[in-house]
Design a binder for this molecule. Structure first.
Ligand code: 4NP
Length: 147
């Protein structure tokens, strides 16, 4: 079964495009997109260091472009996945009345890591640490969707 999955972070240039890129490589039968709760980087490709860290793992993010999350996304996707609690709060602020689309934290799908959010490498500069967590959680998500 094909699911429509939207990954959301703050800027849509580090964490959510990385999650989108890993997910589409692992689970190409699903429909995937990413967005940022803020529109500062709309139209821009993913952050350079994140692209380089991803390409070392065989994940090419070069075709992705940032866009801002909107209320219409609640109707376009079956599952919306945020990277941290602030993302979830900002997403929920736009939920249309009566809409029931589930919104989850990415780390919910990697309970073995003990992480409760994906730390933002735009600030931490730990791109590989973010990718380790994203890969573990995307594997869990893909398994969850296909069972
Ligand atoms: P992201 O990281 O939410 O993982 O894309 C950020 C990217 C840019 C900014 C903040 C976070 N920024 O402030 O421009």
């Amino acid at each position: 079964m094909t699911h429509r999955i939207l990954f959301v972070c703050l800027g849509n240039i580090c964490r959510s495009p990385a999650a989108e890129g890993v997910f589409r490589a692992r689970a190409p039968h699903h429909a995937t997109d990413s967005a940022g709760t803020m529109g500062w980087h709309a139209g821009n490709p993913p952050n350079g260091p994140m692209q380089k860290a991803a390409i070392r793992r065989g994940i090419d993010l070069g075709d992705l472009r940032a866009r801002q999350f909107t209320a219409a996304d609640f109707d376009r996707f079956d599952l919306i996945i945020g990277m941290d609690a602030q993302n979830i709060a900002d997403i929920e602020d736009l939920r249309p009345p009566g809409n029931g689309t589930p919104v989850r934290l990415l780390t919910d799908f990697a309970p073995q890591t003990g992480a409760d959010h994906v730390p933002d490498p735009y600030y931490t500069r730990d791109f590989d640490g973010a990718l380790d967590l994203i890969e573990a959680a995307v594997d869990g998500l893909a398994a969850h969707l296909d069972t």
